[in-house]
Design a protein around this ligand. Sequence first.
Ligand code: NAP
Ligand code: HSE
Length: 428
Amino acid sequence: MTEPLRLGIAGLGTVGAGVVKIIRQKANLLTARTGRPVVITAVSARSKDKDRGVNLSAYAWEDDPVALAKRDDVDVFVELMGGADGPAKAATEAAIAAGKDVVTANKAMLALHGQELAIAAENAGRVIRFEAAVAGGIPVVKALTEGLAGNQIERVMGVMNGTCNYILTRMQSTGLPYDQVFEEANQLGYLESDPNLDVGGIDAGHKLALLASIAFGTQVAFDGVDLEGIGQITIEDITQAADMGFRIKLLGVAQMTARGLEQRMSPCLVPADSPLGQLEGGTNMVVIEGDHVGQIVLRGAGAGEGPTASAVMSDVLDIARGIRVCTFGQPAKTLECAKAAKSTTPAPYYLRMDLHDKPGALAKIATALGEAGVSVDRMRQYGHEQTSAPVLIVTHKTTRDSLDIAIKSFAATGVLASNPVTIRIETV
Ligand code: NAP
Ligand code: HSE
């Protein structure tokens, strides 16, 4: 029989336990598909005694994931602990130095250290694969590195944090305010232990930076992602945007422009009837546009035991089959260091503000927009009983700079009763 592929798994939480279950339940299927058995030889976690719902007695135990990574009976180090630095990075480095391939679900580690780890792996003749790190069960890394390798990628965008999409769509369907829905998500266990990773857009920003590297042949640059979370989104924005035919999404967009690499992870309006607009709950969606393929849309579970373990297995099985793709789709030393775009591609914007209810108020705002070169597409004033009136404006495509000039000049009109809220409208 062909030599087995021997795994050492560090991290036996949600994802790690899921991987162990697949390997135990599907041994024959995996062997049939790869031509060799895939076996676990050793595992590691913090607590040896914890019940993980799966029998681990056949595997050697290591308290120290670095020791696990160096074991002679491990061919592939499967890193499922998490954390950008600390044991995850130390054990990954140790594995590469000891001549092991690495499979990881750790977007934080790769978004911050991906370039140096990929170089180290390639110098050692090893691979690091990370399908599970982006959009859970959706095979988007494979789609970009392999299925779409013949295309110049023009744009990658998507909803890559299920928790934020759950919060935004739940606000939409119930009319409940952000704080209440955030608390619900917390009770349901959806939030990361540091919730700001989710609602601050950081987790999704890590994922976008990884996809941008593959898509544009550039070194992963998380510090180039323009980040804004969903904490400022109010129920008024959700309902009034819906009234104008839009949904609000925490949307990641990466595109290469003449001004440099644009990477944004921020709340955006998308048409309610678009695939992104229709995306409900904790589901993820990634939209990729290539020069030959056109637009493709990938949708599926972005997190959870089964979907994430499924993605880990995709990488493990590639290694078992002898498929060895560079971490970011091409040798890491050939990845360019992209200049970050200092300004964003022009777009239409949604503006919401309260105006003092007096003659000429709307005209003053319209004049300020016109003087800044911002053209109005649609404008709506809502019925009201107070002395101020809620007003919504949708602009035609404009630069963010022009919009900021207009907003600055709103103050001088003396008609503003609240600070304007602005949200970009993304063309999808
Ligand atoms: P988790 O449930 O918190 O599990 C983490 C595991 O790592 C636990 O088994 C823990 O041990 C172990 N661990 C932590 N520190 C360790 C250390 N110093 N030494 C040895 N073991 C250590 O996390 P998870 O949800 O499975 O996530 C794992 C990775 O997958 C992360 O990088 C995460 O971002 C990524 N990911 C997760 C999902 C998801 O849906 N959960 C989706 C996509 C990607 P104990 O169990 O003994 O505490
Ligand atoms: N916190 C992440 C999410 C988990 O909500 O999508 C998967 O990375």
